[in-house]
Design a protein around this ligand. Structure first.
Ligand code: ADP
Ligand code: ASP
Ligand code: MG
Length: 434
């Protein structure tokens, strides 16, 4: 089995100009007309002389439908079996895309994750890709096929079906591009690039021509679902030229690439929000060494990813520990935390899933002070109470009441000069063209 990034010696001996991995998301394959459109686009790329590998997601709404079926059976699903169910969405779309390509008189072959040996760890529902055996794809390309691969899924060392977490088809595409040493990875979606914030929430959002891997990584990690975080990690690690484009227009899209000096001139390049968080507070925790390790160790054992953590100043030997996890993990987290709270003799556990996280991101923050202070001032001006704060070198995140998400994002977008020029914003932003 070849590790990612060291494959590709078997192939590339074709006369094609380049090898391109294209990925089409749920909306792009949302109905059969759209699937025919995807086929047309793949064929156009092949006609231009490229070898084409296409990764597809489940048809839009399908993964949610499958998850709902699971939830109608149980609210504590066995994750192995849940993955067996939710991985099926992609099987339908790869078959349909391959058929649509064949109907347009080109050769195509579809593969499920295990058929091209996308091997992952065994963390069901959020598995990580460990290796890909690119040989079967290379063989199929040599036979002039357009190769259609199911996104979002793989298999672990024992042959169990695994899925890569929501948005995981992006990661399949970039990992394949790395394994195949592709010349480009193009993520086709329902917007024509990466914007300063979600254009579906803020119409004044501006499309970026380029964004650095690092900023995209932060934006993805704080909720900009246009790319799954792991896909950006792979792209950054293996230097995959990564494009985000629309499957409905010919706009050149956004290139995610290495940072350059011009990017540092921009204070804040993007704003993201995440409505998928929930907050857990353990009240009156005895303030003695080892308690935090117990709480978060137990959560880690259950593969629960904890995001923000705040511990209050202790009073009378007790403190409050508050943290956030994804909404999908809330039930599991409550089970774990209640047990631990009892064991460490804490006073109680409270949960709140009416929270969201709003974040500002920009490499320019490294060299400019006062960005966080400005963020708090803007939120205060909009009447938004900040419940939790976390910062990194190029990011500031605030947890707020979910009712104020839009207001917060819009206010920050305007205040940091990100609105489109037409809408009258000040030209505080330096062009990314440099
Ligand atoms: P796909 O189904 O193609 O994978 P997704 O729904 O996962 O598409 O991602 C595309 C969506 O990401 C857009 O419709 C948009 O609402 C959202 N989005 C969030 N933040 C951004 C951003 N900064 N730039 C572009 N799109 C964003
Ligand atoms: N179908 C999966 C999801 O809806 C994977 C993806 O679309 O990227 O999350
Ligand atoms: Mg997606």
């Amino acid at each position: 089995m070849r590790p990612i990034g060291s494959a590709r010696q078997a192939g590339r001996g074709t006369s094609a100009l380049a090898l391109i991995v294209q990925k089409y998301g749920g909306t792009s394959v949302g109905d059969t007309e759209r699937i025919k459109n995807v086929a047309k686009r793949c064929i156009a790329a092949q006609k231009a002389g490229h070898d084409v590998v296409v990764v597809v997601s489940a048809m839009s709404g399908e993964t949610n439908r499958l998850l709902k079926l699971v939830s109608q059976i149980t609210d504590r699903p066995n994750e192995r079996e849940q993955d067996v169910v939710v991985a099926t969405g992609e099987q339908v779309s790869i078959g349909l895309v391959a058929l649509a390509i064949q109907a347009q008189k080109r050769k195509a072959v579809s593969f499920l994750g295990h058929q091209v040996r996308i091997t992952t760890d065994s963390t069901f529902s959020k598995a990580r890709i460990k290796s890909i055996d690119a040989e079967r794809i290379v063989d199929a390309l040599k036979k002039k096929n357009i190769v259609v691969v199911a996104g979002f899924q793989g298999q672990d060392e024992e042959g169990n079906v695994t899925t890569l977490g929501r948005g995981g088809s992006d990661t399949t595409a970039v990992a394949l591009a790395a394994a195949l040493k592709a010349d480009a990875c193009e993520i086709y979606t329902d917007v024509d690039g990466v914007y300063t914030t979600d254009p579906n929430m803020v119409p004044q959002a501006r499309k970026l021509e380029r964004i650095s891997y690092e900023e995209m990584l932060e934006l993805a990690s704080v909720g900009a679902k246009v790319l799954q975080i792991r896909s950006v990690e792979f792209a950054m690690k293996y230097k995959v030229p990564l494009w985000v484009k629309s499957s409905f227009t010919d706009d050149p899209g956004t290139l995610v690439c290495e940072e350059d000096a011009a990017m540092e001139d921009v204070l804040v390049s993007g704003i993201a929000y995440d409505k998928n968080e929930s907050k857990i507070a353990i009240r009156g925790v005895p303030d003695v060494p080892g308690v935090a390790a117990k709480i978060f160790g137990a959560l880690d054992e259950q593969s629960i990813v904890v995001d923000l953590i705040v511990q209050n100043v202790s009073k009378d030997g007790r403190t409050d520990v508050t943290f956030t996890v994804g909404k999908a993990d809330l039930a599991k987290t409550k089970d774990v935390v209640k047990k631990i709270a009892k064991a460490v003799k804490a006073e109680g556990v409270e949960t709140d899933d009416h929270v969201s996280k709003v974040s500002i991101v920009g490499v320019g923050m490294r060299n400019h002070s006062g960005v966080a202070a400005k963020m708090f001032k803007v939120l205060a001006g909009a009447g938004v109470n900040v419940q939790m704060i976390s910062t990194s070198e190029i990011k500031v995140s605030c947890v707020i009441h979910s009712n104020y998400t839009e207001l917060a994002v819009r206010s920050l977008h305007t205040a940091f000069g990100l609105d489109k020029p037409e809408s009258g914003a000040v030209a505080e932003v330096v062009s990314l063209k440099g």
